[in-house]
Design a protein around this ligand. Structure first.
Ligand code: CDP
Ligand code: CDP
Length: 229
């Protein structure tokens, strides 16, 4: 790839994908692409337009008309739809609880996968999601599968919510994460699954820095390996 490697980071909800992917991308001067945000945007728009969330044809129609853009930012990357910022709206409980339904629609996946492949075509990209290593970038030079226990992931989300003034109980968060994991792992089209050649990292008792270092080392090693070939 012209501009660098393709790095795929997959895993279940709140495993730390976006947090880690963003820092890793910065280290290597790669772009970071949050594919979950793209599914969230479609869900937000479908809700706003009062569409039935299993109405594949109408939702695809809507998706074809919208332009989704990312702009780097700290601590979160900014997300825009046709120039309007939706960074916060796409993280609402309503979107979170419905996104897996929309993400199961084959036509929506096909369209978003196409856009994701275009963005990553020249490399120099860290992309996180559920199906990046298996479907979107099957030839990615580095594939990571991040996991952590459900309890740990619910606690992480709880702390994150608290910082943002959002009040959801730990029990509700745990249930929400389990439901979404189940739906994402059991859908017919490109379910959440570790790619055969992905490296699994269990982050349950790791700090963000430790995870970032481990992934960065894997990327650096791969860069050297490719140079020497
Ligand atoms: O950040 P969090 O783990 O809560 O989720 P996300 O990465 O924002 O993804 C939200 C939802 O989008 C997931 O639960 C999946 O249903 C869907 N998704 C997907 O199907 N495929 C992807 N490549 C990324 C996200
Ligand atoms: O993108 P994904 O849903 O996989 O997770 P995230 O939104 O990046 O991370 C969820 C939360 O876990 C964030 O608040 C992180 O600060 C925290 N965290 C982490 O990502 N990695 C650790 N090793 C420890 C905590």
């Amino acid at each position: 790839h012209k501009k660098g490697l393709q790095v795929a980071i997959d895993g279940p909800a709140s495993a730390g994908k976006s947090t880690v992917a963003k820092v890793v991308a910065k280290r290597f001067n790669y772009i970071y692409v949050d594919t979950g945000a793209m599914y969230r945007v479609v869900t937000l728009k479908a809700i706003e337009e009062h569409l039935k969330l299993d109405d594949e044809i109408k939702i695809l129609d809507l998706l074809k008309k919208i332009n989704i853009e990312f702009k780097p930012g700290n601590p979160v990357q900014h997300v825009y739809v046709d120039g309007h910022e939706v960074t916060n709206q796409i993280r609402s409980e309503n979107v979170t609880n419905n996104v897996s339904t929309v993400a199961a629609l084959p036509a929506i996946r096909k369209e978003l996968v196409k856009r994701q492949q275009q963005i990553a075509a020249d490399g120099g990209v860290v992309m996180d999601g559920r199906d990046i290593g298996t479907t979107v970038l099957p030839n990615a030079e580095v594939k990571i599968f991040l996991i952590a226990s459900v309890t740990e992931r619910a606690e992480r989300r709880y702390l994150e919510n608290k910082k943002n003034g959002i009040n959801v109980t730990l029990t509700d968060l745990k249930r929400e994460i389990e439901t979404r994991d189940y739906k994402d792992s059991h859908r017919k089209i490109s379910p959440l699954k570790k790619a055969k050649d992905a490296i699994e990292i269990d982050t349950t008792s790791m700090t963000i820095d430790q995870v970032v270092d481990e992934i960065s080392n894997l990327i650096s090693k791969k860069i050297v390996e490719i140079k020497n070939n």
